[in-house]
Ligand binder design. Structure first.
Ligand SMILES: C[C@@](CO)(OP(=O)(O)O)[C@H](O)COP(=O)(O)OP(=O)(O)OC[C@H]1O[C@@H](n2ccc(N)nc2=O)[C@H](O)[C@@H]1O
Ligand SMILES: Nc1ncnc2c1ncn2[C@@H]1O[C@H](COP(=O)(O)OP(=O)(O)O)[C@@H](O)[C@H]1O
Length: 289
């Protein structure tokens, strides 16, 4: 048997750090949503009891370091499944970019194997298992717009953002999430208005959503990588309605109401940034005026 799962990227509309925990993780609060830039995961049942990873991308490991492999292994071990699977990953999401590509692949494998092996898991069960792989995997299992708390694994679904354009630009550097959290200092931090962002989504208010974006990790990554600041400045100059770095970076995104302006930003960035995308938000809330 053979099946497909889409694994979309996420962006952070907010990311706040509340405190550092004794287990060395940070207690966080973030509003995230999925966008129409996705990896494609193909699962094929195998008679032999192995997990095989295939991808044409040179950037993802094809062994047990791959988060998709770890998801399949965890599913097999937890549910004592004595069957094999081949996982083909069509990689479209930039790697180590703050877009949760690896986490989304892992989540898609969990959703897909739940179907392939008829395990009957609920979304909550799949998200709980996903949390054992990484902090962003639970959100990716839900594949929606949500408030994530704890170390990222406590998920509360929210209404989808008002429909708009998203321009993404990733400079040609990879950023280690761990190193950004390590450099982060809580003293003097300007916390984003998470409640205000939730209210903006509930009201479907595009302008208010743009006013409330904020990410406390942004200044850490901007100070380490000047090219990220350059992209941010360029997007602001080209007329974005809101500009923010996603996750620990280095991808920066613009939210834009008008399609023509989204392409103006896209064209203004292509000169000095190889990876630029224009996509839409996923999910539908309310059309813009
Ligand atoms: C910053 C965020 C925002 O969505 O995403 P990305 O930039 O990676 O997309 C997440 O918090 C990242 O999630 P994820 O990449 O799954 O993190 P994990 O693999 O669990 O952890 C990687 C490392 O980040 C740090 N970490 C992660 C989550 C958290 N709440 N506190 C932390 O301090 C820890 O040092 C950990 O060792
Ligand atoms: N399926 C996968 N796709 C992308 N990266 C993966 C995957 N499996 C493991 N990785 C590793 O995970 C790290 C983080 O990748 P990714 O999830 O793309 O970034 P981020 O957490 O910044 O959104 C990379 O160093 C990469 O080598």
């Amino acid at each position: 048997m053979h099946l497909l799962e889409k694994a979309p990227a996420k962006i952070n509309l907010t990311l706040d750090v509340l405190y550092k925990r004794p287990d060395d993780y940070h207690e966080i609060e973030m509003v995230m949503t999925t966008i129409d830039l996705a990896d494609r995961i193909e699962l094929t049942g195998l008679k032999s009891n192995i997990i095989k990873i295939e991808s044409e991308s040179q950037f993802v490991p094809s062994d047990e370091r791959n988060l998709a492999y770890r998801a399949a292994k965890l599913m097999k071990d937890t549910y004592k499944v004595h069957k094999g699977v081949k996982i083909f990953i069509e990689k479209n999401i930039p790697v180590a970019a703050g877009l949760a590509g690896g986490s989304s692949d892992a989540a898609a494998v969990i959703r897909g194997l739940n179907r392939l092996w008829n395990l009957g898991m609920s979304v909550e069960e799949m998200a709980g298992l996903g949390a054992e792989i990484g902090s962003d995997v639970s959100f990716c299992v839900y594949n929606t717009t949500a408030l994530a708390r704890g170390r990222g694994e406590q998920i509360k679904e929210l209404p989808a953002p008002p429909s708009c354009w998203v321009v993404l630009a990733k400079p040609s550097i990879g950023v280690s999430t761990q190193s950004i959290y390590q450099e982060f200092k809580i003293e003097g931090v300007e916390h984003p208005d998470t409640e205000g962002m939730i209210a903006a989504l509930e009201e479907g208010d595009f302008g208010s959503m743009c006013n409330k974006v904020g990410n406390v990790l942004e200044s850490v990554t901007l100070s380490m990588y000047p090219e990220v600041r350059q992209i941010k400045n360029q997007m602001e100059l080209a007329g974005a309605d809101a500009v923010l770095m996603s996750g620990s970076g280095p991808t920066v995104f613009s939210l834009v109401r008008q399609e023509s302006r989204a392409y103006r930003i896209y064209n203004s960035l292509r000169g000095f940034c190889d990876e630029v995308y224009v996509v839409r938000m996923l999910g539908y809330h309310k059309p813009l005026d």
